[in-house]
Design a protein around this ligand. Sequence first.
Ligand SMILES: NC(=O)c1ccc[n+]([C@@H]2O[C@H](COP(=O)([O-])OP(=O)(O)OC[C@H]3O[C@@H](n4cnc5c(N)ncnc54)[C@H](OP(=O)(O)O)[C@@H]3O)[C@@H](O)[C@H]2O)c1
Length: 259
Amino acid sequence: MITFVGGGNMGSAIVAGLLKAGWQPADVTIVEHSTDRRAVLAEMFPGTQIVSEIGDVENAVIAVKPGAAAEVCAQLAAAGARRVLSIAAGVSVETLQARAGDSCAVVRSMPNTPALVGEGVSAVCGSARCSDADVQWAEAILGAVGTVVRVEERLMDAVTAVSGSGPAYLFLVAEALIDAGVKEGLSRDVADALVRQLLVGSGRLLQQTGEDPAELRRKVTSPNGVTAAAIATLESAGLRSTLEETVRSAVKRSREMGQ
Ligand SMILES: NC(=O)c1ccc[n+]([C@@H]2O[C@H](COP(=O)([O-])OP(=O)(O)OC[C@H]3O[C@@H](n4cnc5c(N)ncnc54)[C@H](OP(=O)(O)O)[C@@H]3O)[C@@H](O)[C@H]2O)c1
């Protein structure tokens, strides 16, 4: 049995993943404030229980906006939760654990939006109160919508900056590449089709070969060829240092927002 509090984008993505992985709809409860959203959820997930208030709880996922996460955590513990997994960005596991009290173990995570298509990557960290089994429980839930890594809490800002916000960096690359193709005479439709599949295919190569990204890059870069000219431009324009700066500013903002 599992209770989700918040049936928005991320909450519903994880529910979809669990059902696809074989969980029974009757074992899933979604607590959702919004009446309109409850109607949508009832259509999306027939057989699950969609309710407006927290009832009896055993295990739970907090999928509300960060500002509401600590209060929801306290409510879940008061309702009997033994384990809680939070996906709220920037809310520390110790803050949540303090609100939950000793009877409930809290795990914090940072998923990302490719979870919506079952291709997410999440990092998890348990509070000092957690056993290994508690963290494994959280890993199994997030594993239904992608891959999961375990990190120390102090690295959660770095995770947020790399993979939490990361989809936006790649979407910006997609936008810019489509525009560049259009400037070279491609129709927008053709440029769009090329770039979408470019990212999907390159991602699959990374995933399925397990090869070092630098090695995969070398395989498409013949000396003095077309790709070599393009890569030299990216290197001299400072792509690496720009990305370093990008991640640094995201870490800084994530720390500020967590305070
Ligand atoms: N989207 C991302 O890329 C991403 C990545 C990693 C982590 N996260 C985290 O995931 C969490 C959820 O994000 P989201 O994008 O799924 O947000 P969302 O689409 O706004 O969903 C949150 C839902 O929870 C409902 N809600 C709020 N307070 C509630 C309460 N006390 N009880 C029951 N329902 C409540 C909201 O209803 P109302 O609108 O009526 O309040 C809304 O429908 C956030 O904490 C975010 O930091 C998001």
